[in-house]
Structure formats: structure tokens, C-alpha cells
Design a protein around this ligand. Structure first.
Ligand code: HEM
Ligand code: HEM
Length: 227
């Protein structure tokens, strides 16, 4: 059984994500999952077996803080070294329109393998635009509330009280998003090629034309040549 689509280097490929975007994305994946599993040790009752993996409850707390600091450093690296990329990402999210709504509405059928006609999408499709808003917002809330919980003495007591439920709610929402997103960005038959875009940097040109027609035209097609 094949989990991911085969990586083909004998066909035309186009760049989708640069090195900084890829390294910070996978760094965030590792640090997010470390924070999640160590955080769950504190969040859930009776998970001694999970605590044991991190050397007990104190060990989990320590790994949580180390992963949290690394996650924050990666965020800073992303902002400093790929600022232009972040701006064009935001511009793409702001292009949310009818074709994105049509995409989101037809996606459940595509998900279950029915043939659907995907309306032309920009760099990120309607679902990815949603993910681009919800997940980073939740991660930013986790970072802010996390440091407030870590250093309560330097923040007003009201803020510290609010930080706890904020951290928990953001954790639950981000985890739901990451579960769907992780599956769609890897094993899901229709979108699996996007994994190679994030892993190696490029995707098959025919896949890009089909899944992100507007982006392909503007970046690599006739419209790009005209500019
Ligand atoms: C910069 C990022 C983060 C910082 C500074 C941070 C900090 C903290 C701190 C100080 C605690 C309290 C630990 C204790 O009581 O010993 C905590 C708890 C927790 N964190 Fe984080 N964290 C961060 C990111 C995350 C992320 C990304 C997740 C999950 C995806 C997460 C999930 C949790 C959970 C579930 C708890 C337990 C909360 C509870 O007991 O109600 N944290 N975090
Ligand atoms: C669990 C394993 C994960 C896999 C397999 C995965 C895979 C991917 C892939 C393939 C893309 C590129 C999609 C495209 O072509 O546009 C992507 C984008 C992205 N990833 Fe992940 N990812 C994972 C975890 C995470 C985590 C933990 C976060 C944040 C906490 C995250 C946040 C994002 C964001 C914000 C984007 C851009 C928006 C989008 O394409 O949905 N990912 N991911």
C-alpha cells in the first residue's frame, strides 16, 4: 500500500515553498507536537504512561518549556527571513472570493473520492486560506498565553486568570485543525502531491495547473511571461 504519491523527478516541476518556509514549517510541526503531548500530561487526568515518556511530570513540564522556546525562535526566524513570503501569503488570503466558497462547498465530495470540478484556485485554496487564518491565530494565542502562565508574577492577575482557559481552548482548536491539515497535506489521495511541495520545495506542474490554476497561470504560465 502506498501512503504518499510517488515523487517524480522526470516530469516538469515548479517551486511552491522556499527553504525558510519549509524548515520553519517542519520545525513548527515537531515543536507543536512536543508541546501538545507534554501539555496533555498536565491537561488530562491519569496519563502516567504519557508522563513516563518524558521522564515524569516534571520532565514533561521541562520539555514543554524547551519546545515552546524553540517554537518561538522558529516564528521569529520565519518573520525575519521570509517577511516577503508572509506578506504575499496574507495578500493571497485576502483574495478570498466566490471560487474559494465553491471550493469549500464541493470539498466534502472530493474528500470522499467523488469526481468534482475544482474552481480555479489562487496559491492557497479556500480550505488552506481558512487554515492559514485559524491555525496561526491559535498558535499566537498559545504563545502569548503560555508566557503569561510561565511568568505570572510580571503580569496582572486578571490576565493570568484568562491565560489558562485561552491556552486550553487554543490548544483544542489548533489540534483539531492540525489533525485535518496533517492528513490532507500527506495521505489524502487528491492533495498528497502538496506534501512534496512542503518537503522538497516543488510540485508537479500538471498538479499545480489542476489544483491552483490561478496561481500557476500568474507565476509560471502565460500571465507570468507577459509581465
Ligand atoms: C510559546 C509557546 C508555549 C508556552 C510558553 C507554553 C507554556 C505553558 C505553561 C507555562 C504551562 C503551565 C505548565 C505547568 O503548569 O507546569 C502550559 C500548559 C499547557 N500547555 Fe503550553 N505553552 C506553549 C505552547 C503550547 C502549545 C503549542 C500547546 C499545544 C498544542 C500547549 C498545550 C498546553 C497544555 C494542554 C497545557 C496544560 C494546561 C492545563 O493544565 O490546563 N502549549 N504551557
Ligand atoms: C502533522 C503533520 C503536517 C503535515 C503533513 C503538514 C503538511 C503541510 C503541507 C503539505 C502544506 C502545504 C500545502 C500547500 O501546498 O499549500 C502545509 C502548509 C501549512 N501548514 Fe502544515 N503540515 C503539518 C503540520 C502542521 C502544523 C503542526 C502546523 C501549525 C501548527 C501547520 C501549519 C501549516 C500552515 C499554516 C500552512 C499554510 C496553509 C495551508 O496550506 O493550509 N502544519 N502543511
Amino acid at each position: 500500500m502506498q501512503w504518499l504519491p510517488e515523487y517524480k523527478d522526470d516530469v516538469e516541476r515548479v517551486e511552491r515553498f522556499n527553504f525558510v518556509a519549509r524548515i520553519t514549517h517542519w520545525g513548527h510541526t515537531v515543536t507543536f507536537l512536543l508541546c501538545l503531548f507534554t501539555g496533555l500530561v498536565l491537561f488530562l487526568d491519569g496519563v502516567d504512561w504519557l508522563a513516563a515518556i518524558f521522564g515524569g511530570y516534571a520532565g514533561a513540564g521541562l520539555v514543554h518549556r524547551i519546545a515552546a522556546v524553540l517554537l518561538t525562535i522558529l516564528l521569529a526566524i520565519f518573520v525575519v527571513f521570509d517577511f516577503k513570503g508572509i506578506i504575499s501569503w496574507i495578500k493571497d488570503i485576502l483574495r478570498f472570493g466566490m471560487n474559494d466558497i465553491k471550493f469549500v462547498m464541493s470539498f466534502p465530495l472530493e474528500f470522499f473520492g467523488f469526481p468534482v470540478k475544482i474552481p480555479p484556485q489562487t496559491r492557497f485554496n479556500g480550505g488552506e486560506k481558512g487554515n492559514s487564518i485559524v491555525t496561526p491565530t491559535m498558535v499566537i494565542l498559545l504563545v502569548l498565553s503560555g508566557y503569561i502562565m510561565w511568568f505570572p508574577s510580571i503580569f496582572p492577575a486578571g490576565l493570568v486568570r484568562v491565560a489558562y482557559p485561552t491556552h486550553d481552548i487554543a490548544m483544542i482548536l489548533a489540534t483539531c485543525m492540525v489533525c485535518m491539515h496533517g492528513y490532507l497535506g500527506s495521505f489524502h489521495t487528491g492533495s498528497g502531491e502538496s506534501f512534496w511541495g512542503m518537503w522538497k520545495g516543488t510540485v508537479r506542474a500538471d498538479w499545480a495547473k489542476h489544483h491552483h490554476a490561478v496561481w500557476y497561470e500568474e507565476t509560471y504560465g502565460d500571465k507570468a511571461d507577459a509581465e
